[in-house]
Design a protein around this ligand. Structure first.
Ligand code: NDP
Ligand code: 8X3
Length: 252
C-alpha cells in the first residue's frame, strides 16, 4: 500500500495545498475538516486526478469524543499513518487584552492547542506501534514573536512551538520525526476568518506586498517530509520576502 498522510484543515489554504501536493506524490490521504461539501469536492478531484484513495473525516478537532470515534473506526490498514499534518487552526479577532472576546479566546485555545493535542493523542500511538512516522505541526511567526493585539493567538502558537519540542523529545525513542513549519503572512482564508467574514479588512492585511501562498508552505512541508531517514528538520520559519518580522513589513 502507498504511504498515508493525515491532514487536518484540508478544506482550505495550507491544508488543501498539502492535500494536492501529497496526492501528486502518490500518498493515500485522510482529509479532516468541518465543511463536508468542500472536503468531498477536494477528495473527488484528487481521487479522479491521481487515482488515489481518500478517507474523509468530517469532524471538528475541538470535539474529542467525536474525533476519537471517527479516527478509531478507520480500518486498521488506514491507521498506518506515515505523516500527520497538524494544520487545522485559526485566529479570531485582533483586540487588546482588555477588550478581547472570551468566546474568541476559547475558540482559538480549543482549536489551535487542544484540537492539535487531541489529534496527536489518537495518531501518535499508531506511529509508536509501527516505530515510524512524521508529525508536522503548523506553528507561525506568531509562535516566535508577539505582536500588538495578537495576545491569545500568539499564545496558542507559542504553545504549538512548545508542544512541537515536547513531542520531538517524547517520540524520539520511537523513531518518529517531529517538525514545526512556522509561516509569516500567507494569503488564505485565515484573515477572512480572523475578521469574521470582513473581506475588505482581510484584504488590507496583504495590501502592498506579495504574501506567501499556501503552496509555498506545502512545498516546505514536502521538503521536510522528503529528507532522508537520518535527517530531521526541527523547524522552519518562512516569510514573504517583504516581511522581516511579524510587524516589520515593506509595503509599496
Ligand atoms: P484557512 O482558514 O485557509 O484554513 C484553515 C483550515 O483549518 C480550514 O481547512 C478549516 O476547515 C480548518 N479548521 C479550522 N477550525 C477547525 C476545526 N475546529 N476543526 C477542524 N478543522 C478546522 O487558513 P490557513 O490555511 O492559513 O491556516 C492553516 C494553519 O496555518 C493554521 O494553523 C494557521 O494558524 C496557520 N498559519 C497561517 C498563516 C497565514 O498567514 N495564513 C501564517 C502562519 C500560520 P473547516 O472550516 O472546513 O473546518
Ligand atoms: C498567522 C500569521 O502574522 O497573522 O499566523 O499572526 S500572523
Amino acid at each position: 500500500m502507498s504511504k498515508i498522510a493525515l491532514i487536518t484543515g484540508a478544506t482550505s489554504g495550507i491544508g488543501k495545498a498539502c492535500a494536492h501536493l501529497f496526492a501528486a506524490q502518490g500518498y493515500q490521504l485522510i482529509l479532516l475538516a468541518r465543511r463536508e461539501a468542500l472536503l468531498a469536492e477536494t477528495a473527488k478531484y484528487l481521487e479522479d486526478k491521481y487515482a488515489i484513495e481518500i478517507k474523509r473525516i468530517t469532524a471538528d478537532v475541538r470535539d474529542q469524543e467525536d474525533l476519537s470515534y471517527r479516527l478509531d473506526t478507520l480500518p486498521a490498514s488506514w491507521k498506518k499513518v506515515n505523516v500527520l499534518v497538524n494544520n487545522a487552526g485559526l485566529s479570531q479577532g485582533l483586540d487588546p487584552i482588555d477588550k478581547g472576546s472570551i468566546q474568541d479566546w476559547d475558540t482559538m485555545i480549543d482549536t489551535n492547542i487542544k484540537g492539535l493535542l487531541y489529534v496527536t493523542r489518537i495518531v501518535s500511538p499508531w506511529m509508536v506501534a509501527q516505530k515510524s512516522g512524521h508529525i508536522i505541526n503548523i506553528g507561525s511567526i506568531a509562535g516566535l514573536e508577539v505582536y500588538p493585539n495578537g495576545n491569545v493567538y500568539c499564545a496558542t502558537k507559542h504553545a504549538v512551538d512548545a508542544l512541537n519540542q515536547g513531542m520531538r523529545i517524547d517520540l524520539l525513542p520511537h523513531g518518529i520525526k517531529v517538525t514545526a513549519i512556522n509561516p509569516g503572512l500567507v494569503e488564505t482564508e485565515f484573515s477572512k476568518v480572523r475578521f469574521k467574514g470582513d473581506e475588505g479588512r482581510a484584504k488590507k492585511v496583504y495590501d502592498g506586498l506579495e504574501p506567501l501562498d499556501a503552496n509555498d508552505i506545502a512545498e516546505a512541508i514536502w521538503f521536510a517530509v522528503s529528507r532522508p531517514a537520518h535527517v530531521n528538520i526541527n523547524d522552519m520559519l518562512i516569510m514573504p520576502a517583504a516581511q522581516a518580522t511579524a510587524t516589520i513589513i515593506e509595503r509599496n
